[in-house]
Design a protein around this ligand. Structure first.
Ligand SMILES: NC(=O)c1ccc[n+]([C@@H]2O[C@H](COP(=O)([O-])OP(=O)(O)OC[C@H]3O[C@@H](n4cnc5c(N)ncnc54)[C@H](OP(=O)(O)O)[C@@H]3O)[C@@H](O)[C@H]2O)c1
Length: 235
């Protein structure tokens, strides 16, 4: 299978790439993130650990529409049919509507919603023609649950969930599955320096395992939603 993972150099995206990388079958894994150095280092590491896998990478800032187009064009040049698209790239900035800085909503809508919307629209025509595929959209518990420090992040993740649910309805006749993933707190770089005990949070691999499992059900089954929380609940 050919799997495109955005935000594939760290955290959840990295764990998802590792999970598919471990597969004996050997997949094509296409990774994207902004920082070329970190991305290349992880892509090379993954390729070395899992030689059956074909790992490729492309650095792009998916909050910028032109860079989404460049990434999508690069995918098309690989001459592969995308089987799985994981729209995972995203940014977390805590804040509240009443006092967060000007422009944060625009920035987070671009990073968390437009990135997924634009990339999906660019890759969908070929997937629709192939009449197969699976799209995972990395939302958040903050897509479901309003909270006082949610602000623009939570708003952008509610919007991403709306995108994902609409896409699910649209793609039914095209045989393309859409899964909306709502993770609670999982220990990644987003949490580094927060002082929170990693053992209180989920592991990135927990989310990766659920995505991997959902990707291998029978063609007639679609996992529409995955909701995961730390055992002790939200923080
Ligand atoms: N960890 C959690 O507790 C949690 C909970 C719920 C939802 N989520 C969601 O899960 C996703 C991944 O989070 P994470 O915790 O794994 O974050 P992370 O450790 O900070 O990793 C984010 C990844 O996305 C890339 N990225 C960020 N902005 C990008 C952009 N504009 N264009 C392209 N790549 C970009 C990063 O690389 P560069 O910095 O090099 O671009 C990195 O590879 C996010 O959408 C987040 O909102 C996370």
């Amino acid at each position: 299978m050919n799997i495109v993972i955005t935000g594939g150099s760290k955290g959840l995206g990295k764990a998802i790439a590792e999970k598919f990388g471990e597969d004996k079958q050997g997949h094509g894994i296409f990774l994207c993130a902004r920082n070329e150095e970190t991305l290349k280092a992880f892509a090379m590491d993954l390729q070395a650990r899992f030689p059956r896998t074909n790992v490729q990478h492309f650095a792009a800032d998916l909050s910028v529409q032109e860079e989404v187009t460049a990434f999508a064009e690069w995918i098309k040049q690989q001459e592969v049919t995308v089987d799985i698209l994981v729209n995972n790239a995203g940014q977390f900035i805590p804040g509240s509507v009443h006092n967060e800085p000007e422009g944060v909503l625009e920035q987070l809508m671009a990073a968390n919603l437009f990135s997924a919307y634009d990339l999906t629209r660019a890759l969908l025509p070929a997937m629709m023609e192939a009449r197969r595929g699976h799209i995972f959209n990395m939302c958040s518990i903050a897509s479901l649950q309003a909270y006082a420090n949610g602000g623009a992040y939570s708003i952008s993740k509610f919007a991403l969930a709306g995108f994902s649910q609409n896409l699910r309805e649209e793609m039914k006749p095209y045989n393309i599955k859409v899964t909306t993933v709502y993770p609670g707190a999982a220990y990644t770089d987003s949490w580094a320096g927060s002082g929170v005990d990693p053992k209180r949070l989920m592991e990135a691999g927990d989310i990766a395992s659920m995505i991997y499992t959902a990707a291998f059900l029978s063609p007639q089954a679609c996992v529409e939603e995955i909701i995961l929380r730390p055992q002790l609940g939200d923080l």
